[in-house]
Design a protein around this ligand. Structure first.
Ligand code: FES
Ligand SMILES: [Fe+2]
Length: 390
């Protein structure tokens, strides 16, 4: 009987410790370690077409904001709570000079200055003391980028080589739904960050399990190495082709939250034709914004069962044919880092996480993080599908 009472190491779930998340990686709010790193970069918060005469709710880095475009065509991004008594400017009325709060009509221009207080004597004799909290925005590649960090450290909004060096007929198209699912994905942005150097999941999730979701070539098992770059981490995958040549694929992770992923269909060789930004909506939600360079007659390949769109798939089809959405959201709102068993093939995941934490340290110590530029230098990318002689 004593043997039965002895604690048995059977591996059952009973009595296991509660898993914990490494919040240093996942927190997005102002004043948090990662939130302050994120605030040192420009982030897309909307499509340029979303900045309009109808106010749009924006949630970014755990802050609630309202985007609008005034009558002069200037986009404005202001905190949602009105500086007067806090109702949301989402119900505001956009006018020639700014947005007017629905409650008592205070009017704010795109940089938050209060221009009118119609209930106050003289239209507000002290209105110039009021500033609605706002953030700088710039439009590029069909996206609205916001800078939510310290004004004195505001970098130049980067230009990217693959979006600037266009061939005749090429056009830049913005996208806010690259995952083909719900626009807002119900988990931490770091689940997708981990996915960038995790190229080993491609032949499994997008091949053996779900059926070929990308081109057939990516269904083959690659040999992978990872290399630090000046801006982040390159994932370099080599696959031997039937004719003895090598498909060399570079997926690029750029700190803190940019991925440059070449066409998964491998329908042509050369540099990647898209850049995507993982926008942390808050700690447990993110969005994927992208700029795509479209050449005449070409579109990015991705197949779903029966040619359906993600939103058209049944629950049974989602269960049977999971994609990145299901895999990442399936890790829960915040993954439990303490429960992970990182293996050889997760080397890139560990490298990228470490780099990110080091940059958060750099900011905490008063330095500028990797990749922020103050002189407008063009950002170059390495990512692409390349064909090498065997
Ligand atoms: S709450 Fe906005 S004007 Fe009063
Ligand atoms: Fe994937």
């Amino acid at each position: 009987m004593n043997e039965i009472r002895r604690k048995l190491d059977t591996g059952t779930a009973y009595g296991r410790p509660h898993g914990v998340t490494n919040r240093a990686l996942t927190e997005t709010g102002a004043g948090t370690r990662m939130g302050e790193l994120l605030r040192r970069y420009w982030h897309p918060v909307a499509l340029a077409s979303d900045a309009a005469a109808v106010p749009k709710r924006i949630r970014a880095l755990s802050e609630d904001l309202v985007l609008f475009r005034d009558g002069a065509g200037r986009p404005g991004l202001v905190h949602a709570r009105c500086a007067h008594r806090g109702t949301t400017l989402y119900h505001g009325k956009v006018e020639e000079r700014g947005i007017r709060c629905c409650y008592h009509g205070w009017l704010f221009e795109v940089e938050g200055r209060c221009l009118d207080q119609p209930c106050e004597p003289g239209g507000g004799l002290h209105k110039d003391r009021i500033r609605q909290p706002w953030y700088p925005v710039e439009e590029r590649y069909g996206l609205v980028f916001a800078y939510m960090g310290p004004p004195e450290r505001q970098p130049v909004l980067p230009r990217w080589d693959i979006m600037e060096q266009l061939e005749p007929g090429d056009e830049i198209v913005a996208d806010d739904n690259m995952m083909s699912g719900d626009k807002v994905i119900p988990c931490s942005w770091t689940h997708h960050l981990d996915n960038i150097p995790d190229h080993y999941h491609v032949p499994i999730l997008h091949g053996a399990i779900s059926g070929i979701q990308f081109g057939e070539l990516l269904g083959r098992m690659p040999a992978i190495t990872w290399e630090h770059t000046a801006k982040g981490l390159n994932t370099i995958a080599r696959r031997k082709l039937d004719d003895g040549k090598i498909l060399l694929r570079i997926d690029e992770g750029i700190l803190p939250n940019i991925r440059v992923i070449p066409d998964p269909g491998v329908s042509r060789y050369g540099q990647s034709e898209s850049i995507s930004w993982l926008l942390p909506v808050d700690d447990t939600h993110y969005m994927l914004y992208a700029a795509l360079r479209k050449s005449p007659g070409w579109s990015r390949t991705k197949t779903k069962p029966g040619g359906k769109l993600w939103v058209e798939m049944t629950e049974a089809e989602h269960r049977r044919h999971p994609d990145d959405f299901e895999a990442q959201a399936g890790q829960g709102p915040l993954t439990l880092h303490s429960d992970e068993h990182l293996a050889t093939t997760d080397t890139g995941v560990a490298m990228l996480r470490r780099m990110l934490l080091q940059q958060a340290d750099a900011v905490a110590e008063g330095r500028d993080p990797l990749g922020v530029g103050f002189d407008g230098e063009m950002m170059t990318t390495d990512a692409g599908n390349f064909l090498l002689e065997g």
